[in-house]
Design a protein around this ligand. Sequence first.
Ligand code: GKR
Ligand code: MG
Length: 438
Amino acid sequence: MTSGIKIKEMRVTPVAIADPPLRSSYGLHQPYALRNILEFESEDGVIGVSETYGGEAPREILLNLGKEIVGSEPHRLTGCLRDMLTRLSDHEDASQTHLVPGENPVDANRRTYAAIEVGCLDLIGKSLGKPVCDLLGGRVRDRVPFSAYPFYKHTGGGGEGQDAREDKYGECLSPETLVGQVIKMREEYGFKSIKFKAGVFHPDQEIETIKQLYRELGPEIPLRIDPNSAWTVDTSVHVGRELAEELGRGGYLEDPTATISGMSEVRRRLLAEGIDTPLATNVAVTCFDDLPGSIKEDAAQIILCDHHYWGGMREVQHLAKLCQTFDLGLSMHSNNHLGISLMGMAHVAAATPHLTYACDTHYPWQTEEDEVVIGGRVPIVKGCVEITDKPGLGVELDYDQLARGRERYEKYPYRKRDDTAEMRKHVDPDWERKLPRW
Ligand code: GKR
Ligand code: MG
């Protein structure tokens, strides 16, 4: 028996989206972030969409798979491609410590698979009139909570020249201005938890930032801090100790230091001092192969999933089950993205019972001008994205906007995320990413 749905054409469109000058331990965000938008069109003219990492490399890999994709059935395609999930690259350093997500050779196949899986699920959902979360076993929540994601930032709203965007938040390089950024973001989106990107300034300033957030928001709003491995074990323990109260109320300490053994030592030392703030990770643990070691050493008590590089939505559901079995929490990681990815994250989150924290999202950093879905930006209300009964991911492509995104991609020279180059251009010509820095 066949499903009756056949893929007639696949398209992959690169887009550039304006991004403000945000800081992290990777350096400085460029004026544009890159994404690829995928379309899978069926013989009946239904179009499934997905969104993945940007630039030429992911696009070429996807286009090269075109022969296997065109003519196949979306119900079966991911079954046929499934060995991509186990085909690991033999790259020596399997960790993501020195790489931005989307560039780890170890999960290259999983990223490609995920982009196809989501597009196929959207196509199946749209063809059958069913939301993607209901194809994944059914929703356990109609509203998916996301957390605010404040960054230290320089002046600017992203984009270049005539295409420069409004700078909603202004320069935020101090604890006070960072708190102001969070207040504004909460006014607009109603977020009920905060994930603060650290690893930029001396840890004492970042500790002070969390303390000011705590004073401003009170103990009801969980706080997380993520320096992307910028600290030594000693510094991580110091920060954990100083922020025991502030992070201890439903928050966490995310990737304070590099490697499973480093994280595990931080955990042991904090526990020895009676501090049980959980450690979370999207750097030390990025694939199933990392889990046994992490569990054995108690390196991370919370895993940040991300369907874009864990191998798609169903792999995230498997991960959730494992986390539940081993008594680990599950949260969700984000990189710059548009509404298709946001809806992908929301649908898999809606269908994953054991998702124990609000998901991360960079979405507030992107603007209406760049959104490629019909109707503009996906609403985040009271900190949540609503899952409706609309079929598939619940969004359709706006082709004028997609064409504008592609024009921007072609006009500006950015082809790959490079936070170091941007940092050298605007902040310090000799800057190097150093791990640990403090
Ligand atoms: O956008 O600079 C950034 C973040 O640092 C991002 O690249 C991380 O992958 O959001 C991420 C995280 O939680 O580590
Ligand atoms: Mg992180």
